[in-house]
Ligand binder design. Sequence first.
Ligand SMILES: *[C@@H]1O[C@H](CO)[C@@H](O)[C@H](O)[C@H]1NC(C)=O
Ligand SMILES: *[C@@H]1O[C@H](CO)[C@@H](O)[C@H](O)[C@H]1NC(C)=O
Length: 417
Amino acid sequence: MAAGTSRILRYVLFAFFGLMILYFISSSSIPKPEMPGGSNFERWKSKKDKSNASVGKSPAGPPSSGEKDLAAESGSSKLTGKLETSSGLSTGAKMNATFVSLTRNSDLWDIADSIRNVEDRFNRNYHYDWVFLNDQPFDETFKKVTTAMVSGTARYGLIGKEHWSFPDFIDQDKAKAVREDMAERKIIYGDSISYRHMCRFESGFFFRQPLMNEYEWYWRVEPSIKLFCDIGFDPFVFMAENKKKYSFVISLFEYAETIPTIWDSTKKFMKLHPEHIPEGNAVDWLSDDGGESYNHCHFWSNFEIGNLNWLRSKAYLEFFEVLDQDGGFFYERWGDAPVHSIAAGLLLKKEEIHFFDDIGYWHVPFTHCPTSEQKRLENKCHCNPKDNFDWKGYSCTTKWFEKNELKYPEGWEDQKD
Ligand SMILES: *[C@@H]1O[C@H](CO)[C@@H](O)[C@H](O)[C@H]1NC(C)=O
Ligand SMILES: *[C@@H]1O[C@H](CO)[C@@H](O)[C@H](O)[C@H]1NC(C)=O
């Protein structure tokens, strides 16, 4: 009897400790290695690399003009004209703007999570369109679910091969040797081909997809992000009214081994095209020695609100062209975050870049939570202020404030590490 009871007790204790251990493992807050480029890597990495389908092939066929517009077809009724915001901060017509997400069919439930966040905190009052891009056709389930969730029109674009393959000037053997070497040195995602296609696509092509050509402003959303605060104003209107071209919520240092020569290419561009580099740009945020070397600061580009016409400008395209020709997307592992950031820092005036403190945001493993308590309460933020990355040692946002002589929010010093 007593032996039986103690055996049961033992089982119960074992089970309990087992569960505790599982719990601690799964909820461990140890940050993962720094996220390069700000991208939804794992997703692009896992499946694609098993197939070598696009390797070394030249572009075939004309660029896809995108798939059909599900919501438009089904005649979904949408509000037009006046916005129904309760705050009344923003009035007038909608901006010429869209959300944009690069996703695969298998990302459905992760992007659904992001859409739910964006709709609840913002878009349910604004009904902006949402463009989904993929290098494979979207399946019916993906379209059905996302169309139902987006309060604006959901649109689906197929990326043409010419935007998602090796350009013919890339030496395949050299690129392969680099991937093998990076795999050996355990450089994060260093062995991935599809990750490189994705970074190059986000750097040079997403803004010139046929569907994206129809808009002037974009807001990039990746799978599995969170928004922590109500957004009671229209960031697109804010950007336009304040003459902003690019914006961020989190900035940090890039993993140096992925971009050893990106600044050499940048300097080559500066020499070649001084006409594109205005006085009063943010080069001091990118370089601590007047442009001689790169300090690796970059905006985390998995969140971006920006102007597409700027990305389509001669200045940006010529910058991308110089970088692309140097081959660093394949001979190194350049991310779109440093590419967009260096472009913004060099080609724009610093006042044209905006830090959106109001937009509480999370993408594994970093959080931006507004520093000011008043702001958090006003906007019903649900982030823990202790998680705010802004003023931590690995963030470049302190430097951003310093170089732009911005007023630090109250309480920022308590959040340093
Ligand atoms: C990948 O390349 C190898 C050798 O070049 C070839 O045998 C194989 O069929 C290719 N696989 C795919 C999925 O294209
Ligand atoms: C939106 O912007 C794009 C790109 O500038 C432009 O081609 C298009 O005509 C604009 N649409 C409207 C309705 O203004």
